[in-house]
Ligand binder design. Structure first.
Ligand code: IMP
Ligand code: MG
Length: 184
């Protein structure tokens, strides 16, 4: 097993992640079966692994775009300022579409608040959120999560796309980052 001491506990196993993504895909397939002009907006870097697995199980027509959002400059504390890096032709692609934002985790909620506002400002016909994890904490920004994978306890988590200083995204499960590895 890789990275033996980086995590103390595995919170969500590989098998559980598989079930979460296939169950969520089924829900999405039912809800979006007759919806035209769908566009999935994958939020990088964290949602990449989750989105790949999820999108593979969707059976309705949709475009896929990606966008980079960041609020952590390394470390385990959000800076509080969310930066979106949009491709210049992205707003035009969002306009009039039914947008499904795919992200890894609802923590403070600032990223999702900024993203949903941004998509609406671009003229999206509809904006829904599809999120793998919701941290069980009081969120600074209240967001409607339309499709949620699973709640997760208040810990700094790594794996399945989630990183600490851009490492450990490759772990195939979600684990709690061990205190020994937090250097701040
Ligand atoms: P929020 O804006 O505080 O809700 O945080 C959103 C972003 O911060 C997520 O999309 C993640 O990329 C990152 N993040 C939040 N919590 C964690 C964590 O526990 N581990 C790794 N990344 C996290
Ligand atoms: Mg993120």
């Amino acid at each position: 097993m890789r990275h033996p001491k980086v995590y103390d506990r595995i919170l969500i196993t590989e098998q559980q992640l598989k079930k979460i993504t296939t169950d969520m895909a089924q829900q999405l397939n039912a809800v979006y079966a007759d919806t035209p002009d769908c566009l999935a907006l994958v939020i990088l870097e964290g949602a990449k692994y989750f989105a790949n697995d999820l999108l593979a199980h969707l059976d309705f027509p949709l475009e896929v775009e990606q966008m980079k959002a960041s609020s952590y400059l390394g470390g385990t504390q959000s800076t509080g300022t969310v930066q979106l890096e949009e491709n210049e032709d992205l707003p035009q692609k969002i306009k009039g579409k039914n947008i499904l934002i795919i992200d890894d985790i609802y923590d403070t909620g600032r990223t999702l608040a900024k993203l949903t506002d941004w998509a609406k400002d671009c003229g999206a016909a509809d904006v829904k959120t599809c999120i793998l994890l919701e941290k069980e904490i009081p969120h600074d920004e209240k967001i409607t999560i339309d499709f949620l994978g699973t709640p997760v306890e208040d810990a700094f988590v790594i794996g399945y796309g989630l990183d600490y200083n851009n490492q450990y995204r490759d772990l195939p499960f979600i684990a709690e980052l061990s205190d020994e590895y937090i250097d701040e």
